[in-house]
Design a protein around this ligand. Structure first.
Ligand SMILES: Cc1ncc(C[n+]2csc(CCOP(=O)(O)OP(=O)(O)O)c2C)c(N)n1
Ligand SMILES: [Mg+2]
Length: 330
């Protein structure tokens, strides 16, 4: 497959800055979470999205609150890009009553239906089927809403991937499948787990478009996702979008990050940090002045810090409410 580069995009200044804002808010919120984890404030596991922010930002910039996103175990970035407030995210990951699921869910059970965010998940690959199911509903109701599934390279070797793509193509469902190919599933290289390391090329087996982009280039993601989402809204069916990217931290916090990848490889991807690349792009194009970027960074850092303060000061859920929100109430 040929990697698509962003052609000249007609973005307003507001749209250009919106992409940066989204990526920075994800990065700063997660950097706060990393510190919380190190301080022992987070019950359970936590997978960061640091290094992959351009994917969530570029895709979700095209989505409305009534579109449905289905995420992964590495889903903080998807949640924020889709509109979850950092304090609702951070409080949830800390297990607090003010979190988006009132402290019941944690990092891998984040939900915010009001903004169309239908969950992170500890199970690898179901987002592919769930997004197809939502898209089936949208098609039946005759709306132009879309379902979006984020998943990793590892998930593309799960049966759900093949079932989901086949059905979505057969029924021409309004869904976008976004593979975040970060080259590893936990510590297993994709090149070891699969004879073909191109995910996008698998689309032709199901007769839907497969597109491959540099997932650290937010404009390339934005452009490809925009075309795919527009196609879905117009009734032209699903697209598989493969975004090449990299997580620069260990698979999960507290895990080792050696023995399966080299420091040189990590450094080479850090040098292509998506936020850095995009800032350079904005400055080069004269779209913003460096002082404006610094002001935006200060504003968003403050939001992330205050969200963390809010989460820390929030109460744990009251034990007497443990049975609430477990079953639907009539
Ligand atoms: C169905 C299922 N199989 C295996 C696991 C164990 N597991 C958790 S994360 C992970 C790796 C997933 O890799 P990938 O889909 O590439 O996502 P990444 O972590 O790289 O973002 C695995 C195998 C799981 N949670 N669910
Ligand atoms: Mg992976």
């Amino acid at each position: 497959m040929e990697i698509q580069r962003a052609a000249a995009l007609e973005l307003t200044r507001e749209q250009s800055l919106g992409l940066l804002r989204s990526m920075l808010l994800i990065r700063y919120s997660e950097e706060q979470l990393v510190k919380c984890y190190a301080r022992g404030e987070i019950p359970g596991g936590m997978h960061t999205y640091i290094g992959e922010e351009a994917v969530a930002a570029g895709v979700c910039a095209h989505l409305r609150n009534d579109d449905a996103v289905f995420s992964t175990h590495r889903g903080h970035g998807h949640a924020i890009a889709k509109g979850m407030k950092p304090e609702r995210l951070i409080a949830e990951v800390l297990g607090k009553a003010t979190g988006c699921c009132q402290g019941r869910g944690g990092s891998m059970h984040l939900f915010e239906p009001e903004v169309g965010f239908y969950g992170t998940s500890g199970i690898v690959a179901p987002s592919i089927l769930l997004a197809s199911g939502a898209a089936y509903k949208f098609k039946l109701e005759g709306s132009d809403r879309v379902g979006v599934s984020f998943f990793g390279d590892g998930a593309s070797n799960n049966g759900a991937f093949h079932e989901g793509l086949n059905m979505a193509a057969a029924w021409q469902l309004p869904v976008l499948f976004v593979c975040e190919n970060n080259m590893y599933a936990t510590e297993v290289a994709f090149a070891y787990a699969s004879r073909s390391t191109s995910v996008a090329s698998r689309a032709c087996g199901y007769n839907l478009p497969g597109v491959e982009v540099d997932g650290n280039d937010v404009l390339a993601v934005y452009q490809a996702a925009g075309e795919a989402i527009q196609n879905a809204r117009r009734g032209n069916g699903p697209t598989l979008l493969e975004c090449h990217t990299y997580r620069t931290r260990a698979h999960a916090e507290g895990m080792r990050d050696a023995g399966y990848r080299t420091q040189e490889e990590i450094d080479s991807w850090k040098a292509r940090d998506p936020i850095r690349l995009y800032k350079e792009n904005l400055l080069r194009g004269g779209i913003v002045a460096s002082g404006e970027i610094e002001a935006l960074e200060a504003e968003l850092l403050k939001i992330a810090e205050e969200a963390t303060q809010f989460a820390r000061q929030s109460p744990m859920p009251d034990p007497s409410t443990v049975a609430l929100h477990v079953f639907a109430e009539s």
